[in-house]
Ligand binder design. Structure first.
Ligand SMILES: [Ca+2]
Length: 156
């Protein structure tokens, strides 16, 4: 199965973002600043600074997932890395999709490490109707997942 990531392509920006404002939850939330950096901040449509980003706690394999509220063929996802420092924390990121929230299929991968303000697109090699998208760091020992925004582009 070919899996790869690529940089933003302006011609794709007219596609529908099915993640915006949808329910999101995560394996954890950054514990040193209670009340902030919650999963919903990754789907609020705001990117400009760290106060608009989701951040997990330190974990082996932190994840965030979004319920799209309907079943769609997922074309690709677009991720916005953090805008300040520690950009290299974005690495070995698996894109998983599901129809039921229990059984997940890997449909894409970003090796990284990320760079500051990087916009990453990951193609979803799947072509099956899905309603849940999960992003999870799947390598390394002491990881923290920070994503300022996640867009899920679907085939219309
Ligand atoms: Ca955001």
């Amino acid at each position: 199965m070919p899996i790869y990531a690529r940089f933003i392509d302006e011609k794709d920006t007219q596609q529908k973002n099915a993640a915006l404002g949808q329910p999101a939850h995560s394996s954890s939330t950054y514990s040193l600043d209670k009340g902030g950096y919650v999963a919903s901040w990754a789907v609020d449509g705001k990117i400009a600074n760290l106060e608009l980003c989701f951040i997990s706690d330190f974990e082996l394999s932190p994840w965030i997932q979004i319920n799209l509220g309907g079943h769609y063929i997922i074309s690709f996802i677009r991720l916005y890395n953090r805008q300040d420092v520690l950009e290299e924390r974005l690495h070995d990121l698996s894109l998983l999709v599901s129809q039921d929230g229990y059984s997940f299929t890997v449909c894409g991968f970003f090796k990284g490490p990320g760079i500051t303000k990087q916009v990453v697109e990951i193609l979803c090699e799947d072509n099956v109707l899905r309603n849940i998208v999960r992003l999870q760091i799947t390598d390394g020992l002491n990881n923290i997942l920070c994503l300022c925004e996640i867009e899920v582009n679907i085939s219309l």
